[in-house]
Design a protein around this ligand. Structure first.
Ligand code: BES
Ligand code: MN
Ligand code: ZN
Length: 525
């Protein structure tokens, strides 16, 4: 039986991380993303064994598909008629198509990969990168001129696609472990190095968010998540503060405490601080960090619970985004907050009918314990407004299943009470390949939030994604606020382009695109 909240439970301090299942503390061999370097040498000159990847441009009118930069060297060195090869394989140049042409007799080059680049736009290059990543699993080296058909944004998209498309994570004890290609040699001059470095930082952040979300909840407690945040902070020079349940109690974070109280692994609030010199304003990011969502006493059916280890995806997105800001030279101060709790079941669980008091004093009647995300986010949003007075506030959460019905599984929901902020995020989503669709914060549904005994009801009925957003809005004060409901896109049902089946880390790329721009807060200060 769990102790009351006022007592000091035995496994609590973040210095003594909770190890929920001691038999499983050994982590599997880590799968790492590929490394990238640039070369101005011909690709066939790379020390082998090497796969050489060339871009294929689609047929344009009467013209047949064509092989792009690097073709002459390959034709010359390997004695290949590439147009004949294209024709033999019926390559079309469609983005995402990869044709592998083995080269049996060469001492270094083992195959030529012909990679479709479509219209050579960023989306096409990202897709081409992902396809090449999949086609080169378990290889040591690929030398590629694929992105040479594009400018810097295409190269950036290509590197991200290649990295994320080869994401792997598992704990199988035997059988083949598919590793991403170890090294990628990119055709290009040294002046493209900053573009490659920035893309690698974004891709690594996406990779990290996926890995955190993929970790099962017998390993992943709130304290475990806090420890990962501390690691990220140390690696990227951020300050990190973790509230344990004692401090949460003392400071009145009633929502986080209520949701987390039935769990053997108590809740945490995690704060990461990025403070550049001469910051041009202040953004706060808030992530939902539910390390497992059983639904609580309003329990989920088994089927609906299966992927709920990933209900901390918003928190993972915030942690991973924070870790890349310094490397990307983000010009604004950014504070990341993750409200981390396990929504578990037990004699001490919060109940339907309970009234919780959030940080700052607003109260909520809990009519459904499965609407826990908004209950923990409310505390963190109120803390952000009261203690940090930011210029903009953005939360990221796998908040409502209704989002899947509204938008399907490829588009994230965006709610905002400020048009400039909404437009900036929409544009960042479009450019980075994480599409967001703006949803209405329709005040007509406001009356549904009414409760007889508290300031609001946590489960006021449909339209579910909208009423959830309206619930959150009450905690955002006068600060321009956007809410990303990523329940529709946190999980990919299958491998597709840069998404791999399982967690997507959705939000990292859009947020980093926004925050690494020249002035993310233009029109918002
Ligand atoms: N974590 C879920 C939302 C979710 C569902 C995320 C499916 C990813 C995939 C959230 O906590 C939840 O249970 N929401 C309820 C709210 C309802 C009880 C008002 C929902 O959407 O059904
Ligand atoms: Mn829930
Ligand atoms: Zn949830």
């Amino acid at each position: 039986m769990r102790q009351p909240l006022s007592a000091t439970p035995s496994r609590t301090s973040s210095a003594d991380p909770v190890t929920p299942d001691p038999a499983q503390t050994t982590l599997p061999p880590q799968v790492s993303p590929p490394t990238f370097s640039l070369t101005t040498e011909p690709l066939t000159a790379a020390a082998g064994p090497v796969l050489v990847a060339l871009p294929v441009l689609p047929a344009d009118g009467a013209e047949a598909p064509a092989v792009g930069p690097g073709a002459a060297d390959v034709a010359d060195q390997l004695g290949l008629d590439l147009l004949a090869v294209l024709e033999a394989h019926r390559a079309t140049g469609r983005a995402g198509e990869v044709t592998t042409h083995p080269v049996p007799d060469h001492d270094r080059v083992t195959a030529v990969l012909l990679v479709g680049v479509g219209d050579t736009g960023d989306d096409a290059l990202r897709r081409a990168g992902a396809a090449l990543g999949r086609a080169t699993k378990d290889r040591d080296l690929v030398a590629s001129s694929v992105a040479s058909v594009a400018g810097d944004s295409g190269l950036h998209a290509f590197v991200i696609g290649l990295t994320l498309g080869s994401f792997e994570f598992h704990w199988r004890s035997s059988g083949p472990v598919a590793q991403p290609v170890r090294r990628v040699l990119l055709a290009g001059a040294p002046d493209r190095q900053p573009t490659v470095d920035a893309a690698v930082a974004v891709a690594a952040a996406g990779w990290r968010a996926r890995a955190l979300a993929a970790t099962p909840s017998n390993l992943k407690s709130p304290a475990w998540l806090a420890d990962r945040a501390v690691e990220v902070a140390q690696a990227s020079g951020l300050a990190c503060t973790v509230w344990d349940e004692k401090r949460l109690t003392k400071e009145g974070f009633g929502g986080i405490l209520a949701v987390g109280r039935a769990s053997a692994t108590p809740p945490r609030l995690i704060r990461l601080d990025y403070r550049p010199r001469r910051a041009r304003g202040h953004v706060v990011l808030v992530g939902k960090g539910i390390t497992f969502d059983t639904g609580g006493l309003s329990i989920k059916p088994g089927e609906a619970m299966v992927n709920m280890k990933r209900d901390m995806t918003g928190g993972a997105v915030v942690i991973a985004t924070m870790g890349a800001l310094a490397e990307l030279g983000c010009p604004v101060r950014v504070t990341g907050l993750v409200a981390a709790a396990e929504n578990a079941i037990g004699g001490d669980a919060y109940r339907p009918g309970d009234v919780v008091r959030h940080f700052g004093g607003r109260t909520t009647e809990v009519t459904n314990t499965d609407a826990e995300g908004r209950v923990v986010l409310a505390d963190a949003l109120a803390y952000a407004v009261q203690e940090l007075s930011p210029d903009a506030l953005v939360d990221v959460a796998t908040l409502t299943g209704a989002m899947k019905v509204a938008l399907g599984l490829r588009t994230g929901g965006l709610f905002a009470d400020h048009d400039v902020l909404a437009t900036a995020l929409e544009e960042a989503g479009r450019a980075s390949g994480e599409r967001l669709w703006r949803m209405p914060l329709n005040a007509d549904y406001e009356e549904k939030l009414a409760s007889k005994v508290a300031d609001a009801d946590n489960a006021p009925g449909g339209p579910g994604a909208i009423t959830a957003a309206l619930f959150l809005q009450h905690f955002t004060g006068d600060v321009p606020w956007a809410h990303l409901d990523i329940a529709s896109v946190g999980d990919a049902p299958e491998d597709r382009d840069e998404w791999t089946a399982g967690p997507t880390g959705f939000g990292v790329r859009a947020l980093l695109h926004w925050l690494s721009g020249a002035d993310p807060l233009a029109g918002l200060r």
